[in-house]
Design a protein. Sequence first.
Lengths: 97, 259
Amino acid sequence: MTRTVQRTPALALAAVFALSAGAAMARDDMKPAKTEMEKCYGVAKAGQNDCKAGAGTSCAGTSKVDYQADAWKKVAKGTCVTIKTPNGTGSLTPPKA
Amino acid sequence: MTPVGELGTFQDAFAAALAERTAAPIAGWLPEGETDPAGLAVYRNTIAKGCIDALAANFPTVASLVGDDWFGAAAALFARGNPPKSAALLAYGAGFPDWLARFPPADDLPYLPAMARMDGMWTTALFAPEGRPLAAEAFALEPQALAAARPRLHPSLAFAWFDSGLPGLWLAAREPQPGEMELAEDPQGVLIVRPHEAVTARLLDRAGHAFLAAAETDATLGEAITAAAEADPAADLPALFAALIADGVFVGLDPGDPA
């Protein structure tokens, strides 16, 4: 606790300075960028979850589709080929048992 | 004329016949000799497809990482055990991240639940109430007054801290052409907010996370920036604050007592 008490005045001063400096920095940064940024709003990237009428709005004919297939028993195979993890590469291809 | 009570009874029985995968609950309404009408499968599959499509829309990063087949099969299992509680599926799948964490076939993909969690944060931000971010000029106050002010955070703001590089992996996986990705060992945070029409997401460092965590609990700006400095003494505090202003994280500033 002593540590906190001792550090507080210096930190508080630094904090006040940092906030004012940051606010000034934001004023400088935001002015030129603003117009251009606003143009981009509303443009959705395909394939991500912002380009939809809303989840669950699909009503495609489905009577022949078998959703009970046990495809999760297979190796997951997505758009990415490899992910390097701290334990090595290729988590999407689990080691053969 | 069908009494409402009878219609309601039939609807409940019909829903049970779909959920329990047997025609037994509606046996009393079936024509003689009919025990398992094939048409029930159409209803079941349509419901399943609605749920799976909703989950794929709400968890696109998970779907892209595991592929459509795996995702569809896992989502179908989830949907069977966790049917939607609301007719609107916009937010369907709140329990999906935790479910994935307990789903044995996902054991080889330890990062998957976190991907789902961040997808969920993204979707929540998308449908969060509107908020008008403060312009940078709103922070042009006397230094002491600025430090004493309490910020109001954007209603769509979500942030989280992870003990590895999961946010970086999530952001990389959402690129149009992700290619090779890396899960870094260093802890990282993520910031998701919808300041205007589009959701934005970026990495958050330890100091930035400490700032927002403090601000969320009604701290003053001075207390929040102090928390950031304590979390990472080497942090560039002015840049941190400027970036959060530019992100549109703040929607209001309540004057505090500068004493």
